[in-house]
Design a protein around this ligand. Structure first.
Ligand SMILES: NC(=O)C1=CN([C@@H]2O[C@H](COP(=O)(O)OP(=O)(O)OC[C@H]3O[C@@H](n4cnc5c(N)ncnc54)[C@H](OP(=O)(O)O)[C@@H]3O)[C@@H](O)[C@H]2O)C=CC1
Ligand SMILES: O=C1O[C@H](COP(=O)(O)O)[C@@H](O)[C@H](O)[C@H]1O
Length: 517
C-alpha cells in the first residue's frame, strides 16, 4: 500500500486509547500499514513524544489483540508516533503542524498522503476542516481523507449544516463517516451469505420470510458517558446508525457490481423505502421507548438511569428503543422488521434473526406436531457465527419431530484473530475503500426517518415512556409489539441457558449439543 501520515485528533481521548492505538498496532503487526507511515497525536493537553508513546504502549497492553509487544517490533513502531499539543480553534497551531507533517512525510516517504482521523466531539469537525485548509495541510499532491466519528449531527438539520461545512473543504469521496458496526466481521458477512448461497437468495422476500428481528442489547449502563447519552438516547445513539445500517444490509437488492458506490446505492434505496409515520399516534403504536430503573443483573444491584453520573435526575431520555418497521418495496411488502436496542438488558449481544414462513399446511406433519419455523440467525457480537434452525426427525424415534440447530461458531474457529472493526475501517480508509463507510445520502435518509420518531416523542411528552428494571428485557410493550402480530422475540445468545452451544463447532464434536431441547 502507499504510505500515509495519520493525523489523529483527540489522541488523549477514550476512543484513541481503547480502539485506535490497538487497531493501528494490529495493522502494523499484520503488515497492513507497510513501513511508510507515521502517526501524529493531537489534543490540547501537553504530552512529550515519550509520554505519548508510553500512552500508546499501555493502551495496546490493556486493550489490544496483540498484547505483548516485542522489543524490535515496538521500537520501530513507536518511533513513528509523535505528539503535538494543538487547540482545534487555533489556526497558527495548524501552520506549525504542517511543518511537522512535512518532515514526517519526507522521512517516511508517505507521498503527501494524509489521513485525518477526527476522534473528537462533532461540534469541532467544522473548525478542524477549515483550519486544515487554512493551515496549508491540504496543499500536497497525495490524498487527503477525512475519517469522522459518529454522531454525525443530532437531527437532519444539524447533520446538513455539518455536512455543508465539511463539503466546503473536502469532496464527498474523501469523507469517511465511521459506523463501526459496518467494520464488524459478521455485518460484512451478511452480503456474502445472502448473495453467495443458492438456497437463501431465492427465499429472500415476502413470499418466504415472515419477519426479521434485529437485537442490539447491552448489559452496560451509560458508564462515564451520561453527559453525551442524556442528550442522545438510544434512538440517536444506536438506531439512527448501527441498527438502520444492519437493516439495509439485510434488505438491500444485490448490487450490480461489488463497487462501493453500487453497494451504497442499494443501501440508500432501502432507507428511502422505509415506511414513514403518519402521526404521533402512529409512532406510539409502532415504537416503544423505555428507561431503566433500579434492578439487578447476575445478583448485582444496579442503579436506575436517573441516578447515573451526569444524567438529569428527571430525565426522559430513552435507554431502550424498539420498533416495527416496514420497507415498502416489492421484495419486502408486508414483512415486519422488528428492531430493539437498550442498555442494562440481560445480555450483551447483537443478532439478526430471519424467521421463515412455515411450509404450506403440511398435512402429514402439522396434524401431529407443531412445527417450529426455520430461523437463520446472524450472530454479530460478541460471538460471531451463523445459526440455522430447521426441523428433523429425532434420531431413533418413531417420527418425532425436533428442531435442530446447524451452528457455525466462527469465533470458536478464528478466536481473537478476527480483526477488530476499527482495524478493518482504518485499513479500508487508508486504501481508499469507502464501501463500509456511510455516504451522506444514507445519513440524511436515516435522520429523516429518525426525526419523525423524535418529533412525535416531543409532541407526546413523556407519556409513552415506560420504565423497566435494569437487567430485564425492556418494557412489556416491546413483547406485545410482536405478539399482536402473532410473533415473538426469538431467544438470543445467553437468554436461555442450554439452547445455544457456543463451545460446539461441529456436531461431530458434541452431537447432543446441536439438538434443541
Ligand atoms: N469512546 C467511544 O467508545 C466512542 C466514541 N465515539 C465518538 O468519538 C469521538 C471521541 O470520543 P471520545 O474519545 O470518547 O471522547 P473524549 O472526550 O474521551 O476525548 C475527546 C478528545 O478531544 C480532545 N479535544 C477536545 N477539545 C479539543 C480542542 N478544542 N482542541 C483539541 N483537542 C480537543 C481531547 O483532548 P484534550 O482535552 O487534551 O484537548 C480528547 O483527546 C466522539 O465524537 C464520540 O462520540 C464514537 C463511538 C464510540
Ligand atoms: O456506538 C456505540 O456503540 C456502543 C456499542 O458498540 P459494540 O461494538 O460494543 O456493540 C454503545 O455502547 C455506545 O453507546 C454507542 O455510542
Amino acid at each position: 500500500m502507499s504510505g500515509t501520515v495519520i493525523l489523529l485528533f483527540g489522541a488523549t481521548g477514550d476512543l484513541a486509547k481503547r480502539k485506535l492505538f490497538p487497531a493501528i498496532y494490529s495493522m502494523y503487526r499484520e503488515g497492513k500499514l507497510g513501513e511508510n507511515f507515521a502517526v501524529i497525536g493531537l489534543a490540547r493537553r501537553p504530552r512529550t513524544n515519550e509520554q505519548f508513546r508510553q500512552d500508546v504502549l499501555e493502551s495496546i497492553q490493556e486493550f489490544g489483540r496483540y498484547k505483548s509487544v516485542g522489543d524490535t517490533d515496538w521500537t520501530s513502531f513507536a518511533e513513528r508516533f509523535n505528539y503535538m499539543p494543538l487547540d482545534i480553534n487555533d489556526v497558527n497551531g495548524f501552520r506549525q503542524l504542517r511543518v511537522l507533517v512535512e518532515e514526517l512525510d519526507g522521512k517516511y516517504e508517505t507521498g503527501g498522503n494524509r489521513l485525518f482521523y477526527l476522534a473528537l466531539a462533532p461540534d469541532l469537525f467544522g473548525s478542524v476542516s477549515f483550519n486544515l485548509r487554512d493551515g496549508g495541510l491540504l496543499d500536497t499532491k497525495g490524498y487527503h481523507r477525512l475519517v469522522i466519528e459518529k454522531p454525525f449531527g443530532y437531527d437532519l438539520e444539524s447533520a446538513e449544516k455539518l455536512n455543508a461545512q465539511l463539503r466546503q473543504v473536502f469532496e464527498e469521496k474523501d469523507i469517511y463517516r465511521i459506523d463501526h458496526y459496518l467494520g464488524k466481521e459478521m455485518v460484512q458477512n451478511i452480503e456474502f451469505v445472502r448473495f453467495a448461497n443458492a438456497f437463501f437468495e431465492p427465499l429472500w422476500n415476502n413470499k418466504f420470510i415472515a419477519n426479521v428481528q434485529i437485537t442490539l442489547s447491552e448489559t452496560v449502563g451509560v458508564e462515564e458517558r451520561g453527559g453525551y447519552y442524556d442528550k442522545s438516547g438510544a434512538l440517536r445513539d444506536m438506531a439512527q446508525n448501527h441498527m438502520l445500517q444492519m437493516l439495509t444490509m439485510i434488505a438491500m437488492e444485490p448490487p450490480s457490481r461489488l463497487h462501493p458506490e453500487d453497494i451504497r446505492d442499494e443501501k440508500v434505496k432501502v432507507l428511502r423505502s422505509l415506511r414513514g409515520f403518519a402521526s404521533a399516534e402512529d409512532v406510539r403504536e409502532n415504537v416503544v421507548r423505555g428507561q431503566y430503573g433500579e434492578g439487578e443483573l447476575k445478583g448485582k444491584p444496579l442503579p436506575g438511569y436517573r441516578s447515573e453520573p451526569n444524567v438529569n435526575p428527571a430525565s426522559a431520555t430513552e435507554t431502550f428503543f424498539a420498533a416495527r418497521v416496514f420497507v415498502d418495496n416489492f421484495r419486502w411488502a408486508g414483512v415486519p422488521f422488528y428492531v430493539r436496542t437498550g442498555k442494562r438488558l440481560p445480555v450483551k449481544t447483537t443478532e439478526i434473526v430471519i424467521e421463515f414462513k412455515n411450509v404450506p399446511d403440511n398435512v402429514y406433519l402439522s396434524r401431529k406436531h407443531s412445527l417450529e419455523p426455520n430461523l437463520l440467525v446472524f450472530r454479530i457480537n460478541p460471538m460471531e457465527g451463523i445459526y440455522f434452525k430447521m426441523n428433523a426427525k429425532q434420531p431413533g424415534s418413531e417420527g418425532v419431530l425436533v428442531p435442530v440447530a446447524l451452528d457455525f461458531c466462527q469465533s470458536c474457529v478464528v478466536g481473537i484473530n478476527t480483526p477488530e472493526a476499527y482495524e478493518r475501517l482504518i485499513h479500508d480508509a487508508s486504501r481508499g475503500d469507502s464501501t463500509y463507510f456511510t455516504r451522506w445520502d444514507e445519513v440524511a435518509h436515516a435522520w429523516q426517518f429518525v426525526d419523525q420518531i423524535a418529533d412525535a416523542w416531543t409532541k407526546l411528552g413523556s407519556e409513552d415512556l415506560a420504565f423497566y428494571p435494569a437487567g430485564s428485557w425492556g418494557p412489556k410493550r416491546a413483547q406485545e409489539l410482536l405478539e399482536n402480530d402473532g410473533f415473538k422475540w426469538w431467544p438470543v445468545n445467553g437468554q436461555h441457558e442450554g439452547e445455544v452451544h457456543w463451545e460446539t463447532t461441529t456436531s461431530a464434536a458434541k452431537p447432543e449439543a446441536n439438538v434443541l431441547a
